[in-house]
Design a protein around this ligand. Structure first.
Ligand SMILES: C[S@@+](CC[C@H](N)C(=O)[O-])C[C@H]1O[C@@H](n2cnc3c(N)ncnc32)[C@H](O)[C@@H]1O
Length: 239
């Protein structure tokens, strides 16, 4: 497909490793920003489902934050409900992707596009909802980002995550178990692009948010026929 070539070339080259995290993200996404949304539409499944579940859990006139929001594609999943949101902060470290988000929401006064690190960005007041969409796996200090997200949530606020993952060899009862091939293959495959699959993500989310919904699923991957990558959708409520 037209446009895929540049994205595939960047993915095959892998994320640069020698700059700061922000420089590496810019080096990786800079050449693919224009085709990012179209390609990721086929790669990043479960995003519409996450947003639909968050919408059910949100109060009216909510303040919502997406950490690692990239081009802002996910805000479009809110549809006309975006007009009911009091404020929406889209936070990311990559200028090339943020430029797409700024162009997309130039006329939307309630959407703020903010260049900042998800591990330290803090809104002025506590918020109703924070979510990560395929971002936790790309944030090296993901525990700090999760701590930060929890800290900015109001009591009763909602945390959402959709991301790639794999299970441990012996997951807790009721959770999906992935075989050795799945656990090793996808971890290695994504690491090349700075995407770190880690069963600790889901374990940390479940421990921090005992009240939660979890969907474990698998999705097709463009250009890898016959293979399906595991992903999860998590929605937790802060005590
Ligand atoms: C796979 S993209 C997902 C983008 C978007 N959430 C989506 O669903 O299309 C991961 C995003 O996380 C961002 N990111 C990685 N580390 C970050 C950090 N420390 N702070 C803020 N954003 C970060 C990247 O720049 C990138 O936009």
């Amino acid at each position: 497909m037209r446009g895929d070539f540049g994205v595939l070339r960047a993915m095959l080259r892998g994320i640069p490793k020698h700059g700061s995290h922000a420089q590496n993200l810019q080096g990786f996404y800079g050449t693919q920003a224009g085709d990012y949304d179209r390609f990721r539409e086929r790669l990043l499944q479960g995003r519409a489902e996450l947003i639909a579940r968050l919408q059910l859990a949100l109060p009216r006139a909510a303040h919502v934050v997406e950490l690692g929001g990239g081009t802002g594609r996910n805000l479009e999943f809110f549809g006309t409900a975006l007009d009911d949101v009091a404020a929406f902060d889209l936070v990311d470290l990559c200028p090339a992707l943020l430029a797409r988000a700024r162009a997309r929401f130039a006329r939307h006064a309630r959407v703020r596009v903010i260049e900042a690190d998800a591990t330290i960005f803090r809104p002025a007041q506590a918020v109703d909802c924070v979510y990560f969409s395929y971002a936790l796996t790309m944030i090296p200090d993901w525990r700090a980002a999760l701590d930060n997200a929890c800290a900015m949530l109001k009591p009763g606020g909602v945390l959402g995550v959709v991301d790639f993952y794999h299970s441990t060899a012996r997951p807790d009862a009721g959770l999906v178990r992935h075989g050795a091939f799945t656990r090793k293959f996808w971890r290695r495959w994504f690491a090349h692009d700075g995407v770190r699959l880690d069963p600790e993500h889901l374990a940390a989310l479940r421990a921090r948010f005992p009240r939660h919904e979890l969907i474990e699923s698998r999705a097709a991957v463009p250009y890898l026929p016959g293979l399906r990558v595991p992903y999860y959708v998590f929605v937790g409520r802060k005590a």
